[in-house]
Design a protein around this ligand. Sequence first.
Ligand code: FVH
Length: 272
Amino acid sequence: MNTRISILGLGAMGRALASAFVEAGHEVTVWNRTPGKAGDLVGRGAREARSVAEAVRAAEVTVVCLLNDASVRETLAPIVAELEGRTLVNLTSGSAEQARELAVWLEGYGVRLLAGGIMAVPPTVGTEGAFILYSGARELFERLAPVLAPIGRPQWVGEDQGFAALYDMAALSGMYGMSAGTDHAVSLVHASGGDVERFKREVLQPWMEQMLVFMVAGADVSETVPEEFNAAMQATGLETMIATSEEAGVHAELAGHLRASLWRMRRAVAMN
Ligand code: FVH
């Protein structure tokens, strides 16, 4: 079933979303603050609106994908009174509280809002692994899910408008934490004259793949560490990693995640 969809924002992500909707056969209108960013979308059937109001009026569902919460407010504020009765899906990254406040603000103008968090990067939008978190009214999610499916598997995470943003940021935190670890790993190899590319290919990649399932399963908020995890052994290992770092002269900041883990292990040992 074709739906009239407007996309506000044609950054890398907005263009990828618009492209996936066009590909799926939806009737797509696009708008961007700076004109001329529609690329080949117009040639492929999308229409470029000259104003936000024109884009919103053209659509049954408007998808917003801008830089941040401030840019969403700045874009919608001048036309908010015209949004009454319309449906918006906000896929702009923000904090959970910003998402809740945006929903309250828009609902005050009679707008139905589904908040989202994109678990994809522009090249993976619409591919098998891509999924999008949504929060807000379940009935609205269920109605929109088939329309939104072309950009990534829709996954509802609760009525609380802040939850898509919360889960999005929490998942990104996991990713950035891993990035800190992998940056540190290659810095150690590089500082010691090792072959970084070979290390990545032959050691880091297979090791991370083997450990990922344990890292996710073992992620924990409690102050205790399961016995089989052997906190004393882990603490000794972390001390060795920090010593290796110091020997290699790798910046202490890069080893910050090791110090945080060591602190947790020492605390667990003290509590046992
Ligand atoms: N790209 C990614 O890998 C990540 C993946 C996960 C989700 N994020 C979030 O998606 C939002 C948009 O990201 P993006 O990649 O499209 O970002 P840019 O390419 O930098 O484009 C930014 C767009 O926002 C417009 N914009 C900025 N400020 C304003 C404003 N004050 N008023 C209106 N529009 C504004 C900008 O317009 P212009 O500069 O071209 O005129 C772009 O359309 C983002 O929340 C990510 O966290 C992407």
